[in-house]
Design a protein around this ligand. Structure first.
Ligand SMILES: Cc1cc2nc3c(=O)[nH]c(=O)nc-3n(C[C@H](O)[C@H](O)[C@H](O)COP(=O)(O)O)c2cc1C
Length: 359
């Protein structure tokens, strides 16, 4: 294979650190020459219950484009993206042009691209100050508003919502298949999955989870007779939900509809996350309540588990009430944030060589 020409090799070396749901990295790159490439993106909606209509993958794709643009600025190159119109939404292709621009300033978020990582463990409860919140609002730009859930009562309400949401997540047979495939066991790092040590649970719980998750029959048995989901939910949802500075939701001023809307939202999400990193703040996305509530709003069946729709409807109603103005349809990203140590276990990425497709 031909070596990747500079400066694209350097730009992709940074861009590949963009976050994606379950570290799926749903993109491959085709280099045309030193100023042009094609991004071959894809989503996982055909097998991943969380990738509803491919929207989470599209948000990740937006994060990739933003990261690529930031990395290009270090070379005095302005990145221009054009979605190739006849490529299907499940496999959208983007034509990328890197245009020399001697006036382009270096994007100040560049140093945080490789440092940014998800923190799923408890954080400190020290509230964010006004200037941190302002910086985060500025980061998402004028088409999005950051709505904060702060203080003991609201953190408790969100923690409880996540705890109840996790019971649904951990008892759905369809979600089991996803969890089984994306966790790398006995690992601190993983190039294309989520290492178990980054899940935020202690060693004993991990051991038990590893053993139980070897088969759906075990999962079902433990959940049914021994409340097997209880300890993981406490460690992965309730405690982290309580121990953070705040939960937040990014609201698009106009409810997203098209792939371009979700990609644009992903660009804002990545600026938000990188800005949080620049402020030494830790962050964890909490996307699944948004996804389940959308299944319910659109009256789409998502599981063979009896009662799943009713449970999701209840969670969705609680989320709507928390948002007060019933803006769930405008919510593009939900998460928690706070001060604290950054994760000691994290997902890595496929190498540029692996991500450059032979097309
Ligand atoms: C669109 C999107 C949705 C995500 N949803 C969740 C989530 O619900 N819970 C979670 O713990 N992490 C979530 N993540 C974080 C990813 O799992 C994480 O970014 C990925 O594994 C790579 O790890 P890194 O961010 O530490 O580099 C999400 C990330 C993206 C981009």
């Amino acid at each position: 294979m031909q070596p990747t020409p500079q400066p694209i090799a350097d730009i992709l070396e940074f861009a590949r650190w963009a976050p994606s749901g379950d570290n799926t990295q749903p993109w491959r790159f085709e280099i045309l020459d030193e100023h042009h490439l094609i991004i071959h993106a894809f989503d996982t909606r055909d097998h991943c219950i969380y990738d509803l209509d491919g929207h989470p993958s599209q948000i990740a794709l937006g994060a990739l484009l933003e990261t690529l643009a930031i990395a290009a600025s270090a070379h005095g190159l302005m990145a221009e993206f054009r979605r190739i119109p006849d490529s299907p939404d499940t496999h959208p292709n983007y034509f990328v042009k890197l245009i020399p621009d001697s006036h382009l300033p270096l994007d100040t978020l560049l140093p945080y691209i490789k440092q940014r990582t998800v923190q799923r463990r408890p954080m400190r409860t020290t509230p964010l100050n006004a200037s941190q919140k302002l910086a985060l609002q500025i980061a998402v730009g004028k088409f999005y508003t950051v709505h904060w859930f702060e203080g003991g009562t609201q953190r408790w309400q969100l923690a409880k919502l996540m705890f109840d949401n996790a019971k649904l997540r951990l008892t759905l047979p369809e979600a089991y298949l996803v969890h089984r495939d994306i966790i790398q066991w006995n690992a601190r790092y993983s190039e294309d999955k989520v290492p178990d040590q980054a899940l935020g649970v202690d060693k004993m719980t991990l051991k038990l989870m590893n053993w139980i998750m070897a088969s759906w029959r075990r999962v079902d048995f433990f959940n049914t007779y021994l409340a097997g989901h209880l300890v993981p939910r406490l460690e992965m949802d309730l405690l982290p939900g309580l121990f953070c500075a705040a939960h937040f939701v990014l609201l698009a001023h106009k409810a997203p509809e098209t792939i371009d809307d979700y990609v644009a939202a992903g660009r804002a999400v990545q600026r938000f996350w990188l800005t949080a990193t620049s402020l030494s703040l830790q962050l964890q996305p909490e996307m699944t309540p948004l996804i389940f509530s959308r299944y319910v709003r659109e009256e789409r069946a998502f599981s063979r588990l009896p009662g799943a729709t009713e449970t999701a409807a209840n969670l969705g109603a609680r989320l709507s009430r928390l948002l007060q103005n019933d803006a769930v349809g405008q919510a593009v990203f939900l998460g928690r944030i706070g001060n604290g140590r950054s994760a000691t276990s994290r997902s890595l990425r496929l190498s540029v060589g692996q991500l450059v497709s032979a097309k």
